[in-house]
Design a protein around this ligand. Structure first.
Ligand SMILES: *[C@@H]1O[C@H](CO)[C@@H](O)[C@H](O)[C@H]1NC(C)=O
Ligand SMILES: *[C@@H]1O[C@H](CO)[C@@H](O)[C@H](O)[C@H]1NC(C)=O
Ligand SMILES: *[C@@H]1O[C@H](CO)[C@@H](O)[C@H](O)[C@H]1NC(C)=O
Ligand SMILES: *[C@@H]1O[C@H](CO)[C@@H](O)[C@H](O)[C@H]1NC(C)=O
Length: 266
């Protein structure tokens, strides 16, 4: 009986180990798949990835020697940073990056990436401390979802064609130290970052209509909304007076109304 129990618990332990090891291998496979997906989705006219990213010799840590790939440990296939700066790459934002689950930094700067920044970006670079998409042709709005990238220290979106307003939610990025959206097509109020973030007017330069500290205050907008409020208030008072007058005319006995009117005209 006791022996049987022992066999059972040994079996269970072995099963758990097997599960765990599968899990680890799975996770490392994911990072290889991540790079395969990126290579397949990106246009690479200068052949940076084509020549260096060779998946044939899959010794442990082989992807760590690829151009633009930093690993957590040189002989473990787990990607820490992807640095694709200045490689002439083209195409949409490479969503395959979501499979590099341990990624801490992504640099796509100085390429020809275009199209929108994905609106689930926080799921794609969940643990990124640094995200640099500067000097590309990204367009559309800055996704509010970036505010869910809780670990971001540095966010660079400058020199693109991003338009619309900067989401106010970006001020929720509590660890953010540097931020730039210069040279885009942005308008409206800038986020109210905390004291940790040292964001200057230069970081907002060359946009058609940004306002709010450290830029000049958004006065025009405030005064027009104040005018609307005053107009609504005056309108409301007038309407109420008319309704009361009509109500009085219909519901008060006519002689009372007449006597009030007579009293007035005296
Ligand atoms: C990629 O590199 C190989 C040589 O390694 C070359 O034959 C091939 O044409 C290249 N692919 C592209 C798209 O340039
Ligand atoms: C695979 O790469 C490793 C490390 O670069 C090298 O030592 C080994 O000889 C390579 N194997 C083959 C079959 O090319
Ligand atoms: C934005 O981020 C949150 C949290 O990561 C996520 O649950 C949500 O689905 C995201 N929004 C979109 C449009 O993907
Ligand atoms: C992000 O959204 C795209 C579609 O818009 C979807 O295919 C992808 O699976 C999403 N990624 C994550 C990590 O949720």
């Amino acid at each position: 009986m006791e022996l049987w129990n022992r066999v059972l618990s040994l079996g269970a332990a072995g099963f758990l180990w097997a599960l765990l090891i599968c899990r680890v291998i799975d996770c490392l496979e994911t990072d290889i798949n991540c790079l395969k997906t990126i290579k397949a989705s990106v246009q690479d006219p200068l052949n940076y990835l084509n020549y260096s990213w060779n998946f044939d010799n899959s010794t442990e840590g082989f992807i760590c020697r690829f151009t633009g790939v930093d690993c957590w440990h040189p002989d473990e296939n787990r990607v820490l940073n992807l640095k694709f700066s200045d490689m002439g790459l083209k195409g949409q934002f490479p969503r395959g990056i979501e499979k590099c689950e341990s990624l801490a930094g992504l640099d796509l700067s100085n390429n020809e990436f275009s199209g929108p920044i994905p609106d689930n970006i926080s799921k794609i670079v969940k643990y990124a401390t640094s995200l640099d998409l500067s000097s590309n042709s990204f367009s559309g709005q800055i996704p509010a979802n970036l505010s869910q990238c809780d670990y971001l220290n540095s966010l660079r979106l400058d020199h693109n064609q991003l338009s619309g307003q900067i989401p106010a939610e970006l001020s929720l990025l509590g660890r953010l130290k540097s931020f730039s959206v210069a040279n885009n097509l942005l308008m409206g109020p800038v986020p109210a970052f905390g004291p940790k973030a040292s964001v200057t007017a230069d970081d907002y330069a060359n946009n058609p209509g940004l306002c709010g500290a450290p830029l000049s205050p958004c006065t025009a907008k405030k005064s027009s909304s104040a005018t609307i409020i005053v107009a609504l208030a005056i309108g409301g008072v007038t309407l109420t007076a008319i309704v009361i007058a009509i109500g009085m005319f219909f519901y008060l006995p006519h002689d009372v109304v007449l006597s009030i009117l007579k009293e007035r005209s005296k």
